[in-house]
Design a binder for this molecule. Structure first.
Ligand code: 13P
Length: 342
């Protein structure tokens, strides 16, 4: 374990108001998104789409790191250049998703446990040799009648902490992602209570597993009402309650918090991140950043639709979202930005 390298990488991932681009959709998730737009669900289509993303000119000005999937980290551009090299040349740090997915949790109807610890030490070693410098593991926590249960929170937090310790041993910065889902009609208060309990448990477990807080990044959900909850709070209320939950639970030694987008529209995700930075940045111990998948990629994917002729327009849309989110880190994002550039 190289402590200095871990600290330096973690700092670099949140430096300069840049953020992370999650492009680590597993086959089923990527295929589902392709199917909705009539894009063929093939290895070549996934490769072509990922080539579009990593070759977007200027992406490195707003994106510090890109999270890849196992298939993608081994792929190349059409001309044979490995994606890892394309990213590194663009000043983007390559990362890798290492969990093997959230599975139904025995004895816990409606809840999931993330798997992937078996053989993880060997996989991490290989990814480091390939050039990855950080990793990601996502736990999912559903909110509803009587859930999340204590058993689900504890099991997921424990797995996250064991993953994080193994990453640091391999000199990879762990992105620790406990996602409280937006699905359902639960209230903002229910999300707040679940998020705080989850984060408190996660940091207890990280401490038990001797994870170096200065060498990790937290990737949480924003605190939001369920997607179908009749009451949808304002931007300011969401910013206030999210910050309150993070202040209560996340140690100041953590260098950065990079939100997931979780199914919010691209514009809402940018606007909410912006509101938090605008109102609170000067008082925060950690950088408040982004690690979005859908909120950066979705507009580009909808333009591309698997057609080579749309690559340039799709890249422009991708770059636009990346720039909007960089502005949101500075508290300088405005709705007018959505009208002025493609
Ligand atoms: P979304 O931003 O689409 O929620 O994805 C983030 C992510 O990486 C989920 O693991």
């Amino acid at each position: 374990m190289n402590t200095q390298q871990l600290k330096d990488t973690a700092k670099a991932l949140v430096a300069d108001d840049k953020g992370l681009l999650a492009m680590d959709e597993s086959h089923p998730t990527c295929n589902k998104r392709f199917a909705k737009l009539g894009i063929p669900q093939t290895v070549e289509a996934r490769r072509a789409y990922r080539e579009l993303i990593v070759t977007t000119p200027g992406l490195g000005q707003s994106i510090s790191g890109a999270i890849l999937f196992d298939e993608t980290i081994r792929q190349q551009k059409k001309d044979g250049t490995p994606f890892i090299k394309v990213l590194t040349d663009a000043g983007i740090i390559p990362g890798i998703k290492v969990d093997t997915g959230a599975k139904d949790m025995a004895g816990h109807p409606g809840e999931k446990i993330t798997e992937g610890l078996d053989g993880l030490r060997e996989r991490l070693k290989e990814y480091f040799q390939m050039g990855a410098r950080f990793a990601k593991w996502r736990a999912v926590i559903a909110v509803g009648d009587g859930i999340p249960s204590r058993g689900c929170i504890e099991a997921n937090a424990h797995a996250l902490a064991r993953y994080a310790a193994l990453c640091q041993e391999a000199s990879l910065v762990p992105i620790v992602e406990p996602e409280v889902l937006m699905d359902g009609d639960h209230t903002l208060e229910q999300c707040r209570a679940a998020t705080e309990e989850v984060l408190r448990t996660v940091f207890n477990q990280l401490n038990s597993q001797r994870v170096l807080l200065e060498g990790m990044i937290l990737k949480p959900n924003m605190v939001l009402p369920g997607l179908t909850c009749p009451k949808q709070e304002s931007m300011d209320e969401v910013a206030d309650i999210t910050m309150k939950s993070l202040w209560r639970t996340v140690p100041a030694a953590v260098p950065g918090i990079a939100f997931l987008s979780g199914g919010q529209s691209a514009e809402l995700a940018s606007a909410r991140l912006n509101t938090m930075n605008l109102r609170f940045k000067s008082r925060l111990p950690w950088a408040l950043s982004f690690s979005f998948a859908r909120a950066i990629q979705q507009p580009a994917l909808e333009i591309w639709r698997g057609d080579e002729a749309n690559v340039l327009a799709a890249q422009q849309a991708l770059l636009h979202r990346a720039k909007c989110n960089r502005s949101a880190r500075r508290g300088e994002y405005t709705a007018a930005m959505e009208r002025t550039s493609a």
